[in-house]
Design a protein around this ligand. Structure first.
Ligand SMILES: Nc1ncnc2c1ncn2[C@@H]1O[C@H](COP(=O)(O)OP(=O)(O)OP(=O)(O)O)[C@@H](O)[C@H]1O
Ligand SMILES: [Mg+2]
Length: 260
């Protein structure tokens, strides 16, 4: 009887501690959004598993070697980001088709599987957007509509049915993208989405470094960069030139893609 009472008391204490932690967490979120509209999408879209498979979006799977690779990457990236208080991560590569969007989406999903972490995926490939398509999301507006046409941000965001993942698609594509990326409105948005929620990582899917000036132009808004290298395709001199262009950025690692 005595043991039973002790066990019950222990479970009461654990529940009280958990409730206190949850209350503190939601208070932090609420106080962080006081004075401005929350930067989260309200709707959530169911995703089609067939579409995800076709687009090599695999990080949500269990008992999957491919998902485990992303979990390993996630853990390394989060350790570095947390140790340094980094919130904004950019994914880029030397050339087209190296796997930037695939890595961005999978890494984002994998990070958000961590219960303490939420993720905002931002498509900054404004000339050739694809992030929303890779998830099979139906989107009406995106970043360019917010920046150029004053669409409210909440109408530009969308939420796939993965817990704790939000997406800011690129919106209608355009050609003078680097000018838009360094506009005061974009800079202030980048600051806002980085600082609004304490537990959220922002992942930017960028265009390739050797073909557009957008990645270098946007680097001042970025805390850390991952460079995707395509196994057997990326030339060593291209990687060298890419890293040279990013010499003032904080490159935290390279991701060797196309290994599976
Ligand atoms: N590890 C992989 N194995 C096989 N195919 C892959 C792998 N990673 C990506 N791909 C495929 O390669 C193509 C290009 O990938 P992705 O779109 O992610 O590259 P990207 O660098 O974002 O391209 P872009 O420069 O056009 O934006 C896609 O069809 C994708 O499904
Ligand atoms: Mg891409």
């Amino acid at each position: 009887m005595d043991r039973l009472e002790k066990a019950l008391e222990k479970s009461r204490q654990q529940r009280a501690a958990l409730e206190a932690e949850q209350a503190e967490r939601s208070e932090r979120l609420v106080s962080a959004s006081v004075g401005a509209a929350p930067i989260v999408a309200s709707d959530s879209q169911e995703l089609d598993e067939g579409m995800l498979e076709q687009n090599r979006i695999v990080a949500h799977r269990t008992r999957s070697p491919e998902a485990d690779v992303y979990r390993q990457l996630r853990t390394k990236v989060l350790q570095i980001m947390k140790a340094s208080g980094f919130k904004a991560l950019a994914i880029t590569s030397p050339n087209y088709k190296d796997g930037k969007t695939t890595v961005s989406v999978n890494l984002g999903i994998s990070i958000a599987l961590d219960l303490k972490q939420s993720v905002l995926l931002v498509d900054l490939d404004l000339r050739k957007p694809s992030l929303d398509q890779y998830l099979g999301l139906k989107t009406q507006y995106g970043l360019t509509d917010y920046l150029k046409n004053d669409k409210p941000l909440k109408d530009c965001l969308t939420r796939p049915s993965f817990e704790r993942v939000s997406v800011l698609p690129a919106g209608s594509s355009l050609d003078n993208s680097s000018e838009l990326l360094i506009s005061p409105k974009m800079i202030s948005l980048a600051q806002e989405i980085k600082n609004r929620y304490p537990d959220r990582i922002v992942i930017y899917d960028l265009p390739p470094v050797l073909l557009q000036d957008d990645p270098v132009a946007f680097m001042p808004q970025i805390d850390a960069v991952l460079v995707v290298v395509r196994d057997g395709v990326t030339k060593p001199e291209d990687l060298k030139r890419c890293l040279g262009s990013l010499s003032r950025a904080n490159v935290i690692g390279t991701v060797l893609n196309n290994c599976w």
